[in-house]
Ligand binder design. Structure first.
Ligand SMILES: [Mg+2]
Length: 167
């Protein structure tokens, strides 16, 4: 299978890092960071290369991706991060021991476009806006449990430890 793997809150624990810095989110089930953290100018983080460097990985993510590849699947990291942070994101993947497979940081609209046009078998993501597009295209869409995707009615895994069973 060709498997697209999201970055923020799938590989990197971005939400947790924001809560570390800003305290609990006002609405952790919101679909957008601006609703989760109203009153904070998120650009101070999302335009900061240092912020991206300091985000911890999601537990088990690197091992999970390695396991997928070991089973013969093709993996691509596919992110709605700005293309401006693709370089620092690549460094972060290397620093944390993630497999060296292609990474695309496309911005939100670019990621939606790719999900509509590229051929792939499975998307692993935390955001329902992307999971829904994959499903509309007839792809398999697998959510990693997060407080903001509780209403996703498709396949889900509780953690990366469950990925091999879910494939
Ligand atoms: Mg994400």
């Amino acid at each position: 299978m060709k498997i697209l793997v999201d970055f923020d809150d799938v590989l990197s624990d971005t939400f947790a890092e924001l809560e570390n810095r800003e305290g609990s989110a006002a609405d952790p089930s919101a679909q957008d960071l601006r609703e989760m953290f109203p009153g904070i100018d998120l650009r101070i983080y999302l335009e900061s290369l240092d912020f991206y460097r300091e985000i911890p990985p999601v537990s088990g993510a690197a091992e999970g991706v390695k396991g997928i590849i070991a089973r013969g699947h093709e993996v691509r990291y596919t992110s709605a991060r700005s293309p401006d942070v693709e370089g620092v994101s690549r460094e972060w993947l290397n620093d944390w021991g993630f497999p060296d497979v292609p990474l695309k940081c496309l911005g939100r609209e670019g990621k939606k476009e790719l999900l509509r046009t590229e051929l792939y078998d499975l998307l692993i993501d935390d955001q329902m806006r992307y999971l829904k597009i994959a499903r509309e295209q007839g792809r398999r869409a697998l959510a990693l449990d997060r407080r903001w995707n509780g209403r996703w009615d498709g396949d889900r895994i509780a953690s990366w430890e469950d990925i091999e069973r879910a494939l």
